[in-house]
Ligand binder design. Structure first.
Ligand SMILES: C[S@@+](CC[C@H](N)C(=O)[O-])C[C@H]1O[C@@H](n2cnc3c(N)ncnc32)[C@H](O)[C@@H]1O
Length: 283
């Protein structure tokens, strides 16, 4: 399964749903209280997991603009069964080139999930400037933060995890990725622009009976280790074989650290001017 395949996104979605931080979700929902209709832009929507997670939590009408550069994922996202009063517009966009176009027009909330760890510091800066300039709150869920715990332990775990984290820093189409630094970089950037932040852990806690998900994750980590690590092929195969035996025997558990963030205007920040759209913030 590739990193963004519909099959992989379907496999991870139930774990993402359980992992989403409830305090952050509550803050997102509370921020829209009083709006009779909410205009939401979801960046890199995949098959629409953020829409499915968030739409039922609002008790009001919503218009979602779903953006992604993968037409097949976008088509699946726009076909999602939605609560009454929720409409969807699918917009194919390369967010590396056209972030500003994604944020055109009146918007009450920007959402994204499992995106920030793919982007570069420069792109995160663009996102922060463009949202702050428009005074839009942003909910960025499920950024991988570098923490991996695997049980039972294996001698090569540390080497594999280091390779996974090095792989996470590679270019995913937005320049050198922030990878495990994404959440802390986003918190620091939005705070520096005067936003207030609610954030919290959103870890995958994968139990012994989630065998298929564990097998996929381990295969992905082994291939990252081949690409970025210093292990011999024999050691890597030995690690993967041992790990797969543990999964098959129902004695393997994995925790993968993620962070959810909700950043919103405080009303007291300095005005920030968008370079590309010339929109000034309220202060
Ligand atoms: C890890 S998936 C997350 C998908 C979805 N948000 C979720 O949580 O299931 C990353 C998504 O980013 C999209 N993506 C990657 N690079 C992109 C780009 N340059 N422009 C727009 N979307 C992009 C992929 O197509 C994929 O849907």
């Amino acid at each position: 399964m590739s990193g963004f395949s519909a099959d992989w996104l379907a496999l991870r979605e139930p774990h993402d749903t359980c992992a989403r931080n409830p305090a952050v979700l509550n803050a997102v929902v509370a921020s829209q209280a009083g709006n009779t209709s909410i205009r939401i832009v979801d960046l890199a929507c995949g098959t629409g997991s953020t829409l499915r997670a968030l739409a039922p939590r609002f008790s009001t009408g919503q218009n979602w603009r779903l953006t992604d550069n993968d037409l097949s994922l976008l088509a699946r996202a726009s076909a999602t069964t939605r609560p009454q009063g929720v409409s969807v517009t699918a917009v194919p966009l390369d967010l590396n080139l056209d972030l500003e176009a994604a944020l055109d027009g009146p918007i009450d909330l920007v959402t994204t999930s499992a995106l920030l760890d793919l982007v570069s510091a420069d792109w995160l800066d663009r996102l922060a400037i463009e949202t702050v300039a428009r005074s839009i709150p942003i909910y960025a869920a499920l950024s991988y933060d570098g923490r991996i715990e695997i049980s039972p332990p294996h001698t090569y775990d540390e080497t594999i995890i280091a390779a996974v984290n090095a792989h996470q820093r590679g270019d995913k189409g937005f320049g050198p990725a922030l990878g495990p630094m994404a959440a802390s970089a986003a918190i620091a950037r939005f705070e520096s622009l005067g936003y207030s932040i609610v954030h919290g852990p959103a870890d995958w806690v994968i139990g012994p009976y989630d065998r298929e998900f564990q097998m996929e994750i381990l295969a992905g980590w082994a291939s990252a280790a081949r690409e970025f690590g210093s292990m011999s092929l024999a050691d890597m195969v030995g690690w993967l074989t041992c790990r797969r035996d543990d999964v098959a025997a129902g004695r393997s558990a994995i925790r993968v650290g993620h962070v959810d963030i909700f950043a919103r205007p405080t009303g007291t920040r300095r005005a920030v001017r968008s370079q590309s759209n010339n929109i000034s913030s309220s202060s």
